[in-house]
Write a protein that binds this ligand. Structure first.
Ligand code: MN
Length: 459
């Protein structure tokens, strides 16, 4: 397979749509991609990010394109924008129809001027939403049909071999970039340097965009889940947490690693690191088709409680501790989420109003299926804010040994995150960068043995 399998994706969407709309004879699909936006009062272009549903049906990154899918004829037609000859001087010639036909797995490529001829064919042209790209066709379009989103999301849920190969490439670039970060402590004295090193090595490998804004933190900052300031000094701190993933042809990686700045784990840091590793390895072992992600997530809480009892952070009966939800003060987020064209990919159907606080932030609420890619990312955090909230609730506070908690505050938190493909009989870990604590320490030490002049830096 040399082309992004857009026609198969369109067939997938039709299959799922058919379960919701028995007779599709009056229906077609019309989706629009993103357009190139500028900043307000400026002619500077914003970073272009293709609309993901459109990309799934085309594999096309050309701004201001549209796609029409004739559900009856199973014919997929890509519409490119008209050539703007005033822009050719600045941007060069755009892709011709012939070039686009060769490049994309679609039945036809036409210019935008032909769109009307297609939209009149069917009574109902389903679209995701009416926006600046497609509002001129709004009379022909039916937006935000839940059945369309269902069909698109169910299709994107299961990755085919082509998509998996793109995700493996994103994962590989991400592995190398994490290795580079762990290896460059002599030139990393501020969180910004961690961020810079990761992005530099991703771009060098051809990944121009990150899947999401990297989270690079040291010391107590590691306790803030989505810390993106990335600008604090690392001096006097012992721990680093970096959550960063490259993107490859719009497919994401999402990986977190933690390491000791000195190359030697402090006793507190390794206590927590091993507990998180235990949460990850016990949950990963449960991954296979048919397994309940809710149960796997709750298993992570049970492993946390076992470890906290062993470390003396909790005291009391483990079943009572589990029922009290006190573990959410230290592991507040979900064990993992779907991954694909989006970092938090579609199809997980989270319930942010769940009465159970352990499940409230779990972004994947369904059984696993072969072809899903999920993150397995347990974490343990020492957030003074969350601990204080728990201490105000007597039914939780009674299990927490505050004097023991105190000694862990300086490390902030630990998260270990890998990207996991669900296979026919288990799983395949797409993430290759080691999380073994001895190997991680050895990588940091090896990097530390080098003089700063060894590294590619100007300041
Ligand atoms: Mn993640």
């Amino acid at each position: 397979m040399t082309k992004y399998p857009a026609r198969q994706h369109a067939l997938n969407v039709k299959k799922h749509l058919k379960t919701k709309i028995k007779d599709l004879s009056d229906y077609a699909l019309f989706l629009s991609g993103s357009f190139q936006e500028s900043y307000k009062y400026s002619d500077t272009a914003k970073v272009f990010r293709q609309e993901r549903y459109f990309y799934y049906l085309t594999g096309c990154n050309v701004p201001s394109s549209h796609v029409f899918y004739d559900l009856n004829k199973e014919e997929l037609i890509l519409f490119l924008p008209e050539i703007d000859y005033d822009d050719v001087m600045w941007s060069g010639m755009p892709l011709s129809l012939e070039e686009a036909q060769k490049k994309f797995d679609v039945d036809k490529v036409l210019y935008e001027r032909d769109i009307d001829n297609y939209l009149v064919k069917y009574d109902i042209n389903l679209t995701t939403d009416i926006n600046q790209s497609n509002k001129k066709y709004s009379n022909f379009l039916k937006q935000s049909d839940k059945r369309l989103f269902y069909a698109l999301d169910e299709s994107r849920l299961i990755k085919d071999d082509y998509e998996i190969s793109l995700m493996r490439k994103a994962a590989q670039i991400t592995d190398n970039s994490h290795l580079a970060v762990m290896s460059a402590l002599p030139i990393e004295t501020n969180e910004t340097h961690i961020h810079a090193e990761f992005v530099y090595h991703s771009i060098r490998q051809g990944s121009k965009h990150q899947a999401y804004d990297p989270i690079c933190c040291a010391g107590p900052n590691c306790g803030t889940l989505h810390y993106v300031k990335n600008d604090d000094s690392m001096e006097g701190r012992s721990s680093v947490l970096i959550d960063a993933g490259a993107e490859w042809e719009n497919y994401c990686a999402d990986v977190t690693r933690c390491f000791p700045i000195s190359g030697v784990w402090t006793p507190e840091h390794i206590d927590i690191y091993n507990a998180v590793l235990d949460m990850q390895s016990q949950t990963m072992a449960m991954i296979k088709p048919g397994a309940s992600w809710d149960e796997i997530h709750l298993k992570a809480h049970k492993v946390l409680i076992d470890n906290f009892l062993h470390l003396g952070i909790f005291k009391g009966d483990k079943d009572e501790i589990f029922k009290s939800h006190v573990s959410t003060a230290f592991f507040p987020h979900g064990l993992g989420h779907l991954l694909g064209l989006d970092t938090h990919d579609v199809g997980g159907y989270p319930n942010y109003n769940d009465a159970d606080p352990k499940l409230r932030y779990l972004r994947l609420r369904r059984d696993l299926q072969q072809g899903m890619v999920v993150t397995d990312e347990p974490g343990i955090y020492f957030s003074p804010y969350l601990i204080e909230l728990a201490m105000k609730q007597p039914e939780q506070a009674k299990f927490i040994q505050t004097d023991v908690v105190e000694k862990y505050l300086p490390i902030g938190g630990v998260r270990i995150e890998d990207d996991i493909l669900v296979t026919a009989d288990g799983y395949d870990n797409l993430t290759g960068i080691t999380s073994d604590p001895d190997e991680v320490a050895a990588i940091v030490q090896k990097g530390r043995s080098r003089d700063p002049s060894h590294f590619h830096n100007v300041v």
